[in-house]
Design a protein around this ligand. Structure first.
Ligand code: UDP
Ligand code: MG
Length: 312
């Protein structure tokens, strides 16, 4: 049993792995902890895996899990968490946007009796205005419609106790939204603040497509509010149509002329059609996630690892 496990998802990070390892190791030595670093290679197409294997060759505290393909960031973190043996676990990005030195503060708060200490971003550098805006918007909407309170302006950079790791392992859901799941689990949670840097090297592995999917995973996993959209819109549209009926009758019976025109008809048809398609789409999002769960496939496939089976 180690004092601390560090889980590092890796997707095409060849330029970052060396410096990251140095900084992590320096932090561990400063804290004087026994540690393990679990690198999860999420289908990188560059030299990331070779570099991690070289580190594992010289440092027996370095573990790796190599996926058969790219399964995505949340799944990579989950695979790492499945194999940790530490009393506490840190989840950290490989691109050094999460400064490894902050682990010292996180660990300090953990030793003060907190089960979850997440790192909250004070500023974000080097990210596009669009990304900051969409992320900010998303987290504020999410906090409005969910029942668990998911902290805003945080990523997955955090320290969690073994108790929380065990609870996470018992949550077999397929569409992972770890920061939400960890809030849902509860225990004593706190945060420390930090300034988020630019990615040290390489480029982001999160395409807009992956980000939208992730956002939808968050919403569908933690809120049924969108499902109520159809009924709410149903009432609103019925209300509007009732007023319009009265208006049409008034025109016909009192004024003696009819409401005429192509415009009004087309507006009505498109309006109703739009709302119906949106409602169907929302149901589709939930349905596809139910489908993923029902198939019950493994979350990831491991090609290679230096962690023995028995430790899991
Ligand atoms: N990552 C991953 N699989 C992916 C995309 C990203 O394992 O499909 C890793 C990546 O190597 C990094 C972390 O997840 O360690 C965060 O990704 P990234 O920095 O690309 O996201 P951003 O910070 O731009 O949101
Ligand atoms: Mg990043």
């Amino acid at each position: 049993m180690k004092d601390l496990s560090v889980v590092i998802p890796v997707f095409n990070e060849e330029l970052n792995i060396g410096p990251l390892y140095q900084r992590l190791k320096a932090t561990m030595e400063k804290l004087d902890l026994s540690y393990e670093f679990i690198f999860v290679n999420d289908g990188s197409s560059d030299k990331s895996l070779e570099l991690v294997k070289m580190l594992a060759f010289t440092d027996k505290n370095v573990k790796y899990i190599d996926f058969s393909r790219n399964f995505g960031h949340q799944i990579a973190v989950t695979a790492g968490l499945d194999k940790t043996t530490g009393d506490a676990v840190v989840i950290i990005d490989a691109d050094m946007q999460d400064p490894p030195e902050l682990i010292e503060q996180l660990y300090h708060e953990y030793r003060n009796g907190n089960d979850v200490v997440y790192a909250r971003r004070r500023h974000r550098q080097g990210e596009t205005a669009l990304k900051k805006f969409t992320a900010g918007f998303f987290y504020r909407i999410l906090s409005k419609i969910t029942t668990v309170s998911i902290p805003v302006d945080t990523g997955d950079f955090r320290i969690i106790s073994h108790k929380v790791v065990k609870a996470l392992r018992n949550m077999p859901e397929h569409n992972k939204f770890l920061r939400g799941q960890i809030s849902w689990i509860g225990f004593k949670q706190t945060f420390v603040e930090y300034d988020r840097n630019e990615r040290a090297a390489g480029k982001t592995g999160y395409t807009y497509r992956k980000m939208i999917r992730f956002a939808l995973d968050g919403i569908t996993s933690f809120s049924n509010f969108p499902l109520k959209f159809a009924s709410i819109m149903g009432f609103i549209v019925s209300g509007i149509s009732f007023i319009l009926i009265l208006f049409a009758l008034y025109k016909r019976l009192i004024n003696g002329d009819t409401v005429k025109g192509w415009t009004s008809t087309v507006i009505i048809v498109l309006f109703i059609g739009g709302i119906q398609l949106i409602s169907l789409g929302i149901m589709g999002e939930y349905l596809s996630r139910i489908n993923d769960s029902v198939k019950n496939r493994p979350l990831y496939i491991v090609r290679d690892s230096n962690i023995e089976e028995s430790t899991s």
